[in-house]
Design a protein around this ligand. Structure first.
Ligand SMILES: [Cu+2]
Length: 119
């Protein structure tokens, strides 16, 4: 094996190791950057349709549904919330301070339902 071939091999494995390291860093950054308990409203549906959180946790409802307006609310005996108009691109945080199962509805699109289980 010539010195040149060995050098090329060594360089390639260094490049591969570097790339693998970069990918791992990118993946961990993406997990870190991904907001927890985020709910999408794309296609006039909550995604996911159900979520389980701990008491005191905050969910973030993202209006990522084009140029549509949404309006999320909870109306239960123990917990109420009303977002008002959710402008396109807006993020609505909702903190659930009591345990229970709650329906988050959209005042504009009655078929939209998000069930929040607060443990
Ligand atoms: Cu809606």
């Amino acid at each position: 094996m010539s010195l040149r071939t060995e050098l090329l091999r060594a360089r390639r494995s260094v490049a591969t190791a570097f790339l693998a390291g970069a990918l791992v860093s990118l993946a961990s950054w993406m997990v870190w950057a991904l907001p927890q308990n985020t709910v999408s409203q794309k296609g006039q549906q909550f995604h996911p349709g159900a979520i389980t959180i701990k008491r005191g946790d905050t969910i973030r409802i993202v209006n990522d549904d084009g140029d549509l307006l949404h309006h999320a609310y909870v109306d239960s005996p123990t917990f109420s919330f009303d977002s008002g108009d959710q402008q396109p691109g807006s993020v609505t945080p909702v903190t659930f301070s009591v345990s229970g199962d709650f329906n988050v509805l959209c005042a504009i699109h009655p078929k939209m339902l998000l069930v929040v289980h607060v443990r």
